[in-house]
Structure formats: structure tokens, C-alpha cells
Design a protein around this ligand. Structure first.
Ligand code: ADP
Ligand code: MG
Length: 642
């Protein structure tokens, strides 16, 4: 293995993931150390006073200063009262009434739960950032038979690149020469290598395992799959789940209420004749007991753990909101071509009405040369395999779910499905076409104005995991599975039959707007997720409660419109993601009810039963830790095939 080769060398980014000095962790450690020494001195073996005081002051500084700074920044920067502030005030109040040790316990636990939380939240981000570390710096570009090493960022679509065994694929592209195995685990989470031969898609950051391959660049580095994923997830962090917004909102109001309440309680106690020391002690206890740390952290802890677990399984959510909506979904609607099927169709029949086949195929390959549709790729591969070169076709325009138009030196041309044929006013009455029409396969007709020049049929196969994935969805509580396709009904029914989708749930011959209308109709009966890959699915993806794009294989437009990107080819992960979403919602509910309940108990005891400060501290921080840990359980829930 040429590990020393430049293109396999990790970039300088990777240093960031080896872990720089984690100040949060260090400060938490110092706080705990100070607390430990102070407790030892208080309960086990009295140390000299300077040592005790030093330890306490150390704990207060290490635990309190960062919290105080962040609270002040919130207060003066955004005019927001932060819970950090409550903690610092409570700890100081405790120290003022001789409870310095309790204050230190409070700060230490607060700092500890903050660090834990930070680690959990950082994990989700790192899952994606780690991909950046895997990008190749340079590539071996082939020009005029010479190989030169160039920065990957300079590669342009159309460039040819040589991949040596062990090298990372530098940008997205198509394999043009050679066959071998590719490790795609970096972007799909799939550990089995994938065998690829000419025509297959290669994705940036995957690894060429065992052969010398030549690839043609299809996208620039900044538009690659990995770049798109990174943008997706970083943008996603701003999109908060409804429950997350609730806990934010609640935290804000409540923090103010607690501060006012504690001051009020202090005043009332004084007025009732309580000695000042004791009144302050009670107010501090109340402050701690009533602080909503657990409520505020309960939701993000769960959501971020779940997002991270999902990301590691190749399912990227654009934020917590999508996760929450997915939990409610009862209906899954699937696009067919490229989603339920592989999109790597085989050509099964060619009918040329122009005389010799070669001319027909060259025209067809010419008009499909630019198209991103999976069928177009299949046609181009077949024509190339037969050794024909495409004719130059210009003015190419696609009409989604119908086909494509353009012109050559003899005039306008079109290719597409029966809908396109009809629109062009052509007839399909030729005897040679009859067989194709009867077959349950996708047929593409080529024509010039009102004349059909010929047709080819292609057979697209269901994805290997589609059947299992649909069964798993049903098992996880999805009640309705629907297929929506722009293809003919006969083809749709054949695929549906193989996948266990009921004929009455199959909708064929649809235009993009028909898919939207159907999604609307389904939504009247409950939440709908739409899974699609193509340009023609974008509107439906945007309209559905949850739009799920076949990420790595799908089109840019689909990915933009969707809420979730499925990077793995493994359809069973959809069901796993659905289960994860529902589990997350359950954990959020548990956390919120537990946190609110615990707070009520603590506040009631503080108000009426002289709750001692140490107990309030333990109850409060213990509760916070519990909800964080409960949320972190989701991290151990990686999305895998059931
Ligand atoms: P689906 O909804 O199942 O993903 P599409 O809407 O993408 O299918 O395509 C529907 C039909 O439109 C295809 O089966 C094909 O007949 C025709 N079609 C779409 N794009 C093209 C193209 N570039 N060339 C030829 N036919 C096309
Ligand atoms: Mg499609």
C-alpha cells in the first residue's frame, strides 16, 4: 500500500480532530480537584486553613469564572438572562452564608454536566467534520498521456484523473477505465466495499482499494457530495426542533422568574423576622432548587445525540425539527426510478425505424449526452459499449417526467415517454413498437417532430435493500407505503409487486406537480414522508412533512429541497431512522416530565420544608446529569440494517 503517496495523506485539517487542549475539561477537572481537597479537609482530615481556602477558591474560580463570563456575555450582548448566572449567584450566596463547600459542589457538578453536554453536542458536528479530514489534497491528473500531480481544488469537470490503489477519490466523478472495489464507508457508513466498473459513480473521500482506475471529474471540489453534506449539516444546526424552542423559551422566562422569586423570598423572610443569614440561605436554596438546568438541557441532549447517531449511519437530518416531524410520519411515499430502483438500468431492446441501428443509437446518445436522468446514463453506457459515438445535439432542454428535447443539423429532436410522444403529435402504431409497449419495462421513444424514429426499452431493477427496507418500515409502525412515478403504470406495477407495495398504492404517469398534489392529498390523513432522488421530485420533497433525498446518488436540487439526506444505499436505514426519531421523542418526553417534576418537588421542599442547601444542589445537579445521560443513550443507537 503506497501510504506515503500524496493523495492518501490526510490534510492539515486532521490535526483539529486529534483533539486540541480541551479547556472545558481541564477547568472541570480543576474544579473537581478543588472540591475533592476541600471535602477531604472537611470530612476526613483537617488540612491547614490556607489549604482548605485555597482549594475552595480554586474550585470557585475554575468552575465559576467561565460560567460568569458566559452569563455576562449573554446579559450584555443579547440582553438574555442565562441559567449560568443563577448558578453563579447561588454559589456566591451559599458562600456568603458559610456554605462555601455546598457552593463548590454546585459549581463542580454544573461544570461537569456542561462538559458532558458539550462533548455530546460536539460529536454530531465531528461526524461530519471528520469527513473533511479525509479529503485528498492532490490528484494525479492525466493530460496528453502525462500524469501530473495537481491540487484537487483545481480539477475541472471533464478532467481525467488516475487513481492508484489505496488512494482517496479526490472529487466526484465517473469511472471510465478499470474495475475495482471502492470503500465508501466514509460517506455511506457501509463497511462492505462496493465493486465498480466503467460508468459507475465515484464519490469524493471514498477509497480506491485494489486497482488502478481512471476517472472523469464530474463536479468541482466545492460542489462535491462531501461539500454538500458539510453545508447541509452546518446550516441544519440553526434549525431548532419545536420542543427545543419550547425549552429555550421556557428557560428564558423561568430564569427571570426564579431570580425575582429568590429575591422576593429573601425579602419576605426578612419581613417575617427571619435572621438575615438564614433568609439568605433559604433564598440560595430556592435559587438552586428552582433552576431549570435540567429542563433546558433535556431536549438538546436528546436531539443532538440522535442526530449524531443518525449521521454515523449515513442519515443526515437538517436539524432537530426534521427529526421530530419524522417521528410522527405514518405514510411513506416513494419515487420509483433512482429511489426504489437502482437507476443503473440495462437496455433490453432496441427498435430502430430509421434503418440501421447505429444511426438511431448515435442520435439517442447525442440527445441524452447532457441529461442527469438515470435512464440517460443507461442509454449512454449501452451506446458506448456497442462502440458508437454520439451525434452532436444542441439546445437541449429537459422536461421532467417526460423526456428531453434538442436539435441536430437536420432539425429538432425529442426523446421521452408516451406522454412526450403524445405532446409531439406522433403515433405509436408501428408493428415493431407493439412488443415494447406490451412489456412491463420503461420505454424511451426517439422522434423528430411528429415522427417516431425508434425506441429502446430499459429494465431497471429494485435496489437490493428496497424490499427489506419497506418491510422494516411497516414493522416500525408505518401504515401506508405509496409509490409515485413518472413512468408507465405497467412498469410501476412490476416493481411494486416485487417490493410488496399494493397495486392500489401505485400512482404512475405523474408529472412533478401531480406528485405534489398527491402528497397534499395524503397529508389530509396524517404526516407524510416523501423519498425521492430527482429534479422531478424536488417540489414533492419540499411539500411533504419530511422530504428525504437519496443523497449520494440524487440530484443537487433534490438534496436542497429535502429535510433529510440518505447517503447510504441501504433502504433499511429509513426504518432505523424512523425508529430513532420516535425513540428520541419518547426520551424528550421522559426528560421533560422528569425535569419538571423534580423541580416541583425541590421547590416545594425549599418553600415549605427547610430543604438544606446541599440536598438542593444534589437534587438539582443530579437531575440535570440524569437527563443528559438519558439523552446520551441515543448515541449508542447507531442506524444499521435491522
Ligand atoms: P420517477 O418519477 O419514477 O423517478 P421520472 O419522472 O424521472 O421517473 O421519469 C419518468 C419517465 O420520463 C421515465 O420513465 C422516462 O420514460 C421519461 N424520461 C424522463 N427523463 C428522460 C430522459 N432524459 N430521457 C428519456 N426519457 C426520460
Ligand atoms: Mg426518480
Amino acid at each position: 500500500m503506497p501510504h506515503s503517496h500524496a493523495s492518501t495523506k490526510p490534510t492539515h485539517h486532521s490535526h483539529a480532530y486529534a483533539g486540541p487542549l480541551d479547556w472545558g475539561l481541564i477547568l472541570t477537572g480543576l474544579t473537581l480537584l478543588g472540591l475533592g481537597i476541600a471535602s477531604f479537609s472537611t470530612f476526613v482530615l483537617p488540612l491547614p486553613l490556607w489549604a482548605l481556602n485555597g482549594a475552595l477558591i480554586g474550585a470557585y474560580l475554575a468552575g465559576g469564572v467561565p460560567a460568569a463570563l458566559s452569563a455576562l456575555r449573554e446579559l450584555f450582548g443579547k440582553f438574555r438572562l442565562d441559567i449560568d448566572l443563577l448558578m453563579v449567584v447561588a454559589a456566591l450566596a451559599a458562600a456568603a452564608v458559610g456554605g462555601a463547600l455546598e457552593g463548590a459542589v454546585l459549581l463542580a457538578l454544573f461544570s461537569l454536566s456542561g462538559t458532558l453536554e458539550h462533548r455530546a453536542l460536539g460529536k454530531a458536528r465531528r461526524a461530519v467534520e471528520a469527513l473533511m479530514a479525509l479529503r485528498a489534497d492532490t490528484a494525479l491528473r492525466l493530460s496528453d498521456g502525462e500524469v501530473e500531480e495537481v491540487p484537487a481544488a483545481l480539477l475541472q469537470p471533464g478532467d481525467l484523473v488516475v487513481l492508484r490503489p489505496g488512494a482517496r477519490v479526490p472529487v466526484d466523478g465517473t469511472l471510465v477505465q478499470g474495475m475495482g472495489e471502492i470503500d465508501e464507508s466514509t460517506i455511506t457508513g457501509e463497511s462492505m466495499p462496493v465493486a465498480k466498473d466503467a460508468g459507475a459513480q465515484l464519490y469524493e473521500a471514498t477509497v480506491n482499494l485494489n486497482a488502478v482506475l481512471t476517472m472523469q471529474v464530474s463536479r468541482r471540489l466545492d460542489q462535491s457530495t462531501v461539500a454538500r453534506m458539510i453545508t447541509l449539516v452546518t446550516e441544519a444546526q440553526g434549525m431548532k426542533a419545536p420542543s427545543e424552542r419550547f425549552s429555550d423559551w421556557f428557560g428564558q422566562r423561568y430564569t427571570v422568574a426564579v431570580l425575582l422569586g429568590a429575591v422576593g423570598a429573601y425579602g419576605v423572610s426578612l419581613w417575617l423576622g427571619t435572621p438575615q443569614q438564614q433568609a439568605l440561605y433559604q433564598a440560595a436554596t430556592l435559587l438552586v432548587a428552582a433552576s431549570p438546568c435540567a429542563v433546558v438541557i433535556s431536549v438538546p441532549a436528546a436531539i443532538l445525540s440522535a442526530l449524531s447517531a443518525a449521521a454515523r449511519g449515513g442519515v443526515l437530518f437538517k436539524g432537530g425539527a426534521a427529526l421530530e416531524r419524522l417521528a410522527a410520519v405514518k405514510t411513506f411515499a416513494f419515487d420509483k426510478t433512482g429511489t426504489l430502483t437502482t437507476g443503473r438500468a440495462e437496455v433490453t431492446g432496441v427498435v430502430s425505424l430509421m434503418g440501421e441501428e447505429a444511426g438511431f443509437l448515435r442520435l439517442l446518445a447525442g440527445i441524452e449526452a447532457q441529461s442527469e436522468h438515470p435512464i440517460a446514463g443507461a442509454l449512454r453506457r449501452e451506446v458506448a459499449k456497442r462502440g458508437h459515438h454520439p451525434i452532436l445535439v444542441t439546445d437541449v432542454q429537459t422536461s421532467p417526467s417526460e423526456g428531453i428535447t434538442g436539435r441536430d443539423d437536420q432539425g429538432p429532436l425529442w426523446a421521452g415517454n408516451p406522454r412526450m410522444v403524445e405532446r409531439m403529435g406522433a403515433a405509436l402504431d408501428h408493428v415493431l413498437l407493439a412488443d415494447l409497449q406490451a412489456s412491463p419495462q420503461t420505454v424511451v421513444y426517439l422522434g423528430r417532430e411528429a415522427q417516431v424514429l425508434g425506441a429502446i426499452s430499459v429494465a431497471d431493477q429494485p435496489r437490493a435493500t428496497a424490499k427489506q427496507g419497506i418491510a422494516a418500515l411497516r414493522a416500525s409502525g408505518v401504515t401506508q407505503i405509496v409509490m409515485m412515478t413518472g413512468d408507465r403504470r405497467a412498469v410501476a406495477l412490476r416493481i411494486a409487486d416485487q417490493l410488496g407495495i399494493k397495486p392500489e398504492e401505485v400512482h404512475a404517469d405523474l408529472l412533478p406537480q401531480d406528485k405534489v398534489a398527491l402528497v397534499d392529498q395524503l397529508e389530509k390523513r396524517g404526516s407524510v414522508a416523501f423519498v425521492g432522488d430527482g429534479v422531478n421530485d424536488a417540489a414533492a420533497l419540499a411539500r411533504a412533512d419530511v422530504g428525504i433525498a437519496m443523497g449520494a446518488a440524487g440530484s443537487e436540487v433534490a438534496l436542497q429541497a429535502a429535510d433529510v439526506a440518505l447517503l447510504s444505499e441501504d433502504m433499511a436505514r429509513l426504518a432505523a431512522a424512523h425508529r430513532l426519531a420516535r425513540r428520541t421523542l419518547r426520551i424528550i418526553r421522559q426528560n421533560l416530565s422528569f425535569a419538571i417534576g423534580a423541580m416541583l418537588v425541590l421547590v416545594t421542599s425549599g418553600l415549605f420544608f427547610h430543604l438544606p442547601l446541599p440536598l438542593a444542589v444534589l437534587g438539582h445537579e443530579g437531575g440535570t446529569l440524569l437527563v443528559v445521560l438519558n439523552g446520551l443513550r441515543l448515541l449508542g443507537d447507531p442506524i444499521r440494517t435491522a
